[in-house]
Design a protein around this ligand. Sequence first.
Ligand SMILES: Cc1ncc(COP(=O)(O)O)c(C=O)c1O
Length: 371
Amino acid sequence: MKNFEVYNQWNIEPVRGSGCKLWDKNGVEYLDLYGGHAVISIGHAHPHYVAAITQQLHDLAFYSNAVQCGLRDRLAEKLGAISGYPHYRLFLCNSGAEANENAIKLASFHTGKKKLIAFKGAFHGRTSGVVTATDNPSIIAPYNESPNVVFLPLNDSALVEKELAAGDVAGVIIEGIQGVAGIVLPTDGFLQDLRELCSKYGATLIVDEVQSGYGRTGKFFAHQYAAIEPDLITVAKGMGNGFPVSGVLIAPHIEPVKGMLGTTFGGNHLACAAALAVLDVIEKENLIDKAAALGNYVMSSLKNATVIRELRGRGLMIGVELHPEHAALRTKMLSEHKIFTGSAGANVIRLLPPLTVTEQELQRFVQVINE
Ligand SMILES: Cc1ncc(COP(=O)(O)O)c(C=O)c1O
């Protein structure tokens, strides 16, 4: 059997990683400023993470949600404390799309309504339900076309209010910062308006922090810059540093009903051990403040670069939009300079490094851009 080829791939096979470094099968070293789509939060092969998962593997890798699991309780407690949401509840699952599926389902159960507002440029995942809230018709199969989702422009509160006023909207879903669109920020004022409007019209505010969460932006969640509390917050990617684990943080006014949500693998022992180890490291190594400081370093170091059309982002979630004539820099970054970065469209470089990255490592990127 062969793999079902659905990806464009670089001709590189990484076989080993440590911190922000990767080595391919020929021994060539790379600097990883992408973390495999923002997944590697605490660095490759972090010793505390390796030890925690290894120990858990020896103890108990898996049992179902039908039994008590102290690890799961500890994870919920620790995540609540570090993220500033100790009063919320946590539902654990396995991927970003799955977290958003569950959040949308909860919004609909809770309100008894079926419409969803999403935003132009949004990416919320590829599974059947949530792909309908992803603004990319080329990945929506005929089966998934839905009359229940309306896409509105980002940062236009008046249009959101007009749509909500019809009274049939279950939820509004928005990324803390749009990632796949090329690091596009909702304004703080817009997020505050969404909070107010959702409360006014009885809709659920869902903030997708799958890419922008877990300390990446210099706060635990990007929406915390706007000082709002969504009803539902989704997390994945950096949560497990590569171990598949995701979750929905659920506001206390949304009551759990038995059978409302469910999963076989979600919240399993290994996943909880991985997610707890990630939070330990974020806390011990002060990675959230570091992300804020290093983000400022990159932004200020690049502000006069002539190849850049626009610099966007917060903390270590940075979009470098190049003038179109310099778009090739994106591929040269990897082929010539051995630096992994992400992309969005033809000429945006996405920087999503492990939060353990050092200033010296970021300097290599800055130098290439400036020179
Ligand atoms: C904001 C956002 N939401 C959801 C997803 C989907 O996550 P997953 O690929 O883990 O299903 C992604 C993936 O890139 C994302 O960036």
